[in-house]
Every structure is written in structure tokens, then in C-alpha cells.
Design a protein around this ligand. Structure first.
Ligand SMILES: [Zn+2]
Length: 253
């Protein structure tokens, strides 16, 4: 029983335990090329939340990891069988209820740890901040906590070399042999600006890729995944430890 994982701990332990910060891992349920499970984003973000919290706990921080939310925003993928979509407005409603609980129990720091590219919590955090001004709410996309090219040869972003390597390290029993994976070839927009970072439109996933992957997974290894995972949990663990110690009324220097 890890005391920093709410799903594992118990009322006897939790009722007198100091808690500085709540961490909510948020994933998605969606196809990941032919070779990775639908829960890929959930498995990765949950393990990263748990191990980052352990890292922070070992540094004296007192985080609590809440149970993962397994459904994310998949509005552009509704024609892909059993990709489950949760609209952003539903996410706001869920978060509002969770923050209300934190407020009632005097937990005034909250980290949403995101593991899915379609989730974007920035605007929701702004709106919740107006409603709960005494609670410091922040977000983190774990996949942006490192430089992809430091560990992997091919990029892509979905069921790619990075995600496949992570899964080969964290849950190899759930990964099909790589010769069964598609090439993960993703099409670009015809309009150039939409392929650059300054203009944006949602991609219709099934028109962009035939195997649901974007990024060539063929050079993925468990070793690459392990190295990357260890950097990510160190970095996010330190972040949680810093948040844990921080005074929410004195955040700037
Ligand atoms: Zn993914």
C-alpha cells in the first residue's frame, strides 16, 4: 500500500495524513496503431503520476495521486471504432466537482497531469481559477517534459517510437510484435500554415492516417523507453516536490 496513491490507501491512514497537493492523471481511450492497446495513454500517464509522486514523497513532499480519468477529448476521431470522446465541457464539469472536494478538505494545490494530445486544460484551469481563487491549479503535459530527439530517432506523436518504447518498458505484455505494426505514416495539411505552429485546425484522424498511428514505431526499444521514463519521473517528481513546498500566496520572485 503506497500512502500517496488514493486508490491504494485507506481511511485509517488518510484521515490524519497531511496532504499538500493532489495530482490527477488524465488519459484517453483510443486506437494506437495496430500494435498498442487502447489504454496506452492511460497506462503511461498513470505510471508516470505514481512514480513521480514516489520521487516527490521521498523528498519529503506529501502528494496524493487521484484515480486516473481514462477518457479524453477525441472529437476528431469519432469514426474510429470505440475511441471514446469526452467533450471539453464535460472535462470542466468533472474538474469542477473534484476541485470542490479538494477545497472542502483544505487541499489548495492541484496538478492535472495530462497524457493525451487532444486534452487541453489551459482554458479550463483559467475558468476554475476564477471560481476557486484560493486553490493553485496547474497542468503538465508529461510528453513535453523532455526533448524527443534526445532519446528517439523518429517523431510523430501518436503510437510512435516514443510511445511504443515507453510501452515496451512499462507493459511489454500488451504490445504486439512490431512487425504487426503499421508504418504510422501521417499526412500533412495541404495548407502550409496549418502545419506550422502559428495556425491550427483539428485533424480528421482517419483522413490523416490509415493505421491510426502517426510516427514510425519500428525502431522502438524498451531500453529507450526506460531512459526516457526515468528522466520524466525525475523532472515531474521534482516539480511536485517544489509545488508541495510552495506558498500559494507567494509564487513570484
Ligand atoms: Zn498516445
Amino acid at each position: 500500500m503506497r500512502p500517496y496513491i488514493l486508490a491504494e490507501t485507506n481511511w485509517k491512514t488518510i484521515k490524519d495524513q497531511n496532504i499538500d497537493i493532489a495530482v490527477l492523471p488524465w488519459g484517453a481511450t483510443e486506437a494506437h496503431n495496430y500494435h498498442l492497446p487502447f489504454a496506452t495513454d492511460n497506462i503511461m500517464v498513470d505510471k508516470i503520476a505514481q512514480e513521480s509522486a514516489r520521487e516527490a514523497w521521498d523528498q519529503g513532499a506529501r502528494p496524493i495521486v487521484l484515480p486516473l480519468i481514462p477518457f479524453g477529448v477525441n472529437t476528431g476521431q469519432m469514426d474510429i471504432k470505440l475511441n471514446i470522446n469526452l467533450n471539453p465541457s464535460t472535462q470542466l464539469a468533472v474538474l469542477d466537482d473534484i476541485v470542490d472536494v479538494l477545497k472542502r478538505h483544505g487541499i489548495n494545490k492541484f496538478l492535472i497531469l495530462n497524457g493525451h494530445g487532444g486534452n487541453d486544460f489551459k482554458q479550463i484551469i483559467r475558468e476554475l481559477g476564477l471560481k476557486y481563487p484560493k486553490i493553485f491549479i496547474c497542468g503538465c503535459n508529461w510528453y513535453q517534459a523532455f526533448k524527443n530527439s534526445d532519446y528517439f530517432e523518429a517523431g510523430g506523436g501518436h503510437a510512435d517510437e516514443m510511445e511504443t518504447s515507453m510501452m515496451l518498458y512499462l507493459s511489454p505484455e500488451m504490445v504486439l510484435p512490431l512487425n504487426e505494426a503499421g508504418k504510422g505514416r501521417g499526412k500533412k495539411f495541404r495548407i502550409k500554415a496549418l502545419n506550422e505552429n502559428w495556425a491550427w485546425a483539428e485533424r480528421k484522424w482517419s483522413q490523416v492516417t490509415t493505421d491510426t498511428g502517426i510516427g514510425d514505431p519500428s525502431r522502438a526499444t524498451a531500453g529507450k523507453g526506460e531512459k526516457c521514463f526515468n528522466e520524466v519521473i525525475k523532472k515531474i517528481g521534482n516539480f511536485i516536490a517544489e509545488l508541495s513546498k510552495a506558498d500559494v500566496n507567494n509564487m513570484y520572485e
